[in-house]
Design a protein. Structure first.
Length: 355
């Protein structure tokens, strides 16, 4: 608190003091006191008033500085009323009592919200595990009874399984670092596993896949498989009218292993490229407003939901990828040539691999 602010705060008291002093000056002058005597009284009055105001200001200034410094150093900050020294004045005691009441109400509401969020996450995780059972059962039935119809059903159940996995990973996104096991994994094994789990969708789409992956990285295989599944799923669901061609390759560059997935879809408009990792951003192709809206490249929409003919994009897929990469220490980048191709690159730090 500045001295000028304090003076403005107590201006009413100062005006009352000077008005009272002027009143008694007039009375004393009426009783015959000389001007010199009245001036001496005013000097004594000011010598008492102003030092008192200065001392009160310094006391308040120290108190507010202490509270401000305590708040800056405190985590969490809502504990200020509990940690700070006892209030000096009756007014401050009332303020602190009101502050404690308000903060208790706030913490109770936050705790209730956190409990509800935790219960909702637990419910989602339980639902995901329960829904996987019938999905897996349908897949086994289709695998054991191969017909044209069961192959189509199998492809749809694989899409359903991807969406179910997306729900689970979205629920765990906030604590991804607590639910992962970092170890050295060959990228080729991870890529081939993802391709195998999506083979029916690849076959149904008539896709050709070329792989040139020969590096190892340190990461969580489950989360990495989810990342690759999202990228490949976008390529499958948003392909152009041309036969889909996927090129998956790895290389070393600038102390990193770079894993790139390139498709020959419609690509991403240059104006939309900076926003592809934003939550909920679907792009013009995701809304079915771009050329060849019945299918698009992996970057034409950021989600892995279907194109216009399949219900519209969600804008969640690449957002999840970006969030997981941030928590796992993986760099991610999108590059596109409109109407030609889209490339998603993942960057793994080689220094971590050497430890």
């Amino acid at each position: 608190m500045k001295l000028s602010d304090y003076i403005y705060e107590v201006k009413g008291v100062l005006l009352a003091c000077f008005a009272g002093g002027l009143f008694f000056t007039l009375i004393l002058a009426a009783f015959g006191l000389s001007a010199a005597q009245l001036a001496l009284l005013w000097i004594c009055f000011c010598l008492i008033l102003f030092p008192t105001l200065l001392l009160c200001w310094r006391k308040k200034h120290r108190r507010l500085s202490y509270l401000s410094d305590t708040l800056q150093a405190l985590e969490p900050k809502y504990l200020l009323a509990e940690i700070a020294d006892a209030p000096d004045s009756a007014l401050e005691q009332v303020y602190f009592r009101l502050l404690r009441t308000a903060l208790k109400s706030m913490t109770d509401q936050v705790a209730a919200s956190q409990r509800q969020a935790r219960e909702y996450q637990e419910f989602l995780e339980q639902w995901v595990h329960e829904i996987k059972l019938p999905v897996t059962g349908i897949q086994l039935l289709c695998e054991n009874n191969k017909t044209d119809i069961t192959r189509k059903v199998l492809a749809q159940t694989q899409r359903m399984g991807q969406d179910v996995e997306k729900v689970l990973f979205y629920a765990r996104l906030g604590s991804a670092e607590k639910d992962c096991l970092i170890r050295e994994i060959p990228l080729r094994d991870c890529v081939m596993d993802v391709l195998a789990r999506n083979r029916q969708l690849l076959i149904e789409s008539g896709a050709s896949v070329h792989t040139d992956v020969a590096h190892s990285v340190r990461s969580d295989p489950r989360w990495l498989s989810f990342l690759l599944t999202q990228v490949i799923s976008n390529s499958l669901k948003y392909r152009s009218e041309r036969p889909l061609a996927l090129d998956i390759a790895s290389r070393e560059a600038d102390g990193c292993v770079v894993l790139s997935v390139t498709d020959n879809g419609l690509g991403i408009r240059p104006s939309e490229l900076p926003r592809v990792f934003d939550k909920g951003f679907v792009g013009s192709n995701g809304r079915g407003t771009g050329a060849g809206s019945t299918a698009s490249g992996m970057g034409a929409a950021t989600g892995t939901g279907a194109a216009t003919s399949m219900g519209g994009a969600t804008g969640i897929g690449l957002y999840l990828c970006a969030g997981l990469c941030e928590r796992l220490g993986i760099g991610i980048q999108a590059e596109s040539n409109w109407n030609r191709s889209t490339t998603i690159r993942l960057y793994f730090n080689l220094t971590k691999l050497s430890h």
